[in-house]
Design a protein around this ligand. Structure first.
Ligand code: SAM
Ligand code: SF4
Length: 317
C-alpha cells in the first residue's frame, strides 16, 4: 500500500448535489475533524509502513485554515515522495503558486461543466470563471501534472464530453472522465449513470486514442492521447469495473477513520487510538490487521438507503 488519501476537512464552499449529503454540509455526529498535528502523526506511521504518495482531499482542502503549513510539514515526513491535492479550483487563482511552493507536486481540479449556468446548478456556486482561471494558474505554477476531473451524468453534462476532451487538445492537462458513483443515494439514479465505454466512444469521434505512458501511482484511470494533443484523456470506470485486485489506495477520513475500500465501511478508528494514547507501533499493527481484509473484492454499497456510510466529503472521494 503506497498511496494514502487524506480528507483534511469535511467542510466545503460548494454543494455539489452528487457529493454532499442532502441538506448540505451539516457535520455528521461523531465526525470530529482531526487536528493537523494528528494527521501528521498518522502520516509518519503510514510512511514508515510504505506509503509514498499522499493525496489531500475533502470536502474542499483549500478552505481549511493552515493548509499551506500542513503541506510543508508533510513534505518533511521521511518516505513521502509525492503530495497531491484535489480541489474544486475556486481558490486556485490566489493559491496555486503558494501550493506549489509549499510542496504540492500534482493537482486534480474538479470541473463538471463548461457552461456557467449548468456549473452553478451542479455546484451551487456561480464560479466557473474562477475555476477556469484556477486551471490556468495551476499550469502557470508548473505542477508536475494537472488533471481535470469530470463526473459524467447522463442528461446533466453528457453533451459536454467532446468539449472536455477538446480541452486536452490545447492544454497540457489530463481530462479524466469518471463514472457517476452512488455516493449520495438521494441523487444517484440508474438513469443518470453513463457507462465509461459510452463516454470513450464519444471521445473517439474526435480522433483515434493512443495509449499514454503510465505514471507511477497512476491509479485506476486508463489514459490516452488524441492526435496532436497537448494533454491526455483518462477514463475511470468507478462503477462498471472492479479494479479491487490492483487497488493500491487507502483512505483516511476527516475524522481519522481508516477506510481500506471506498465502498466499504470505516475499518479502524485511528483517531480514537491516537487520543487514547496508543503508541505508533500499536497503531501500525492495527493498520496491518485492517489491511488483511483489503483485497477482498467489494461491491457498490448494496442498499442505496444505507445512511451508516460516511459522506463523500468525509471520505474524500
Ligand atoms: N472538493 C474537492 C473537489 O471537488 O475536487 C475534493 C473532494 S471531492 C469529494 C473529490 C472528488 O470526488 C471530486 O473529483 C468529485 O468530483 C468526486 N466525486 C464526488 N462525488 C462523486 C460521485 N458521486 N461520483 C463520482 N465522483 C464523485
Ligand atoms: Fe465540495 Fe468537492 Fe463535494 Fe463538490 S465534489 S461538494 S466541491 S467536496
Amino acid at each position: 500500500m503506497e498511496y494514502l488519501r487524506m480528507s483534511v476537512t469535511d467542510r466545503c464552499d460548494m454543494k455539489c448535489a452528487y457529493c454532499m449529503p442532502t441538506g448540505g454540509a451539516e457535520r455528521a455526529e461523531g465526525c470530529d475533524m482531526l487536528k493537523f498535528s494528528e494527521f501528521l502523526t498518522l502520516a509518519e506511521i503510514f510512511a514508515r509502513m510504505g506509503v509514498r504518495k499522499i493525496r489531500l482531499t475533502g470536502g474542499e482542502p483549500l478552505v481549511r485554515k493552515g493548509i499551506l503549513g500542513f503541506v510543508r510539514a508533510l513534505g518533511r515526513v521521511p518516505g513521502v515522495e509525492q503530495i497531491a491535492l484535489t480541489t474544486n479550483g475556486v481558490r486556485l487563482p490566489r493559491m496555486a503558486a503558494e501550493l506549489k511552493e509549499a510542496g504540492i507536486d500534482t493537482l486534480n481540479i474538479s470541473l463538471d461543466s463548461l457552461r456557467p449556468d449548468r456549473y452553478a446548478a451542479i455546484t451551487g456556486l456561480d464560479t466557473l470563471t474562477q475555476t477556469l482561471d484556477g486551471i490556468r494558474a495551476a499550469l502557470a505554477a508548473r505542477f508536475e501534472r494537472v488533471k481535470v476531473n469530470v463526473v459524467v451524468m447522463k442528461g446533466v453534462n453528457d453533451d459536454e464530453i467532446a468539449a472536455f476532451a477538446r480541452m486536452s487538445l490545447s492544454l497540457p492537462v489530463q481530462v479524466r472522465f469518471i463514472e457517476f458513483m452512488p455516493a449520495t443515494p438521494s441523487v444517484w439514479s440508474e438513469a443518470r449513470f453513463m457507462n465509461i465505454d459510452a463516454v470513450r466512444a464519444a471521445v473517439e469521434e474526435i480522433g483515434e486514442l493512443t495509449p499514454a505512458t503510465p505514471q507511477q501511482w497512476g491509479g485506476p484511470a486508463k489514459v490516452y492521447r488524441l492526435p496532436g494533443a497537448a494533454g491526455e484523456v483518462g477514463f475511470i470506470a468507478a462503477v462498471s469495473r472492479h479494479f479491487c485486485d490492483d487497488c493500491n489506495r487507502l483512505r483516511l477520513t476527516s475524522s481519522g477513520k481508516l477506510m481500506t475500500c471506498l465502498f466499504g465501511k470505516e475499518d479502524l478508528d485511528l483517531a480514537a487510538s491516537l487520543r487514547g494514547g496508543a503508541d505508533p507501533r500499536t497503531i501500525a499493527d492495527s493498520i496491518t490487521a485492517a489491511l488483511a481484509v483489503k483485497n477482498a473484492v467489494r461491491t457498490l454499497p448494496g442498499d442505496p438507503h444505507d445512511r451508516t456510510r460516511p459522506s463523500m466529503t468525509c471520505i474524500g472521494g
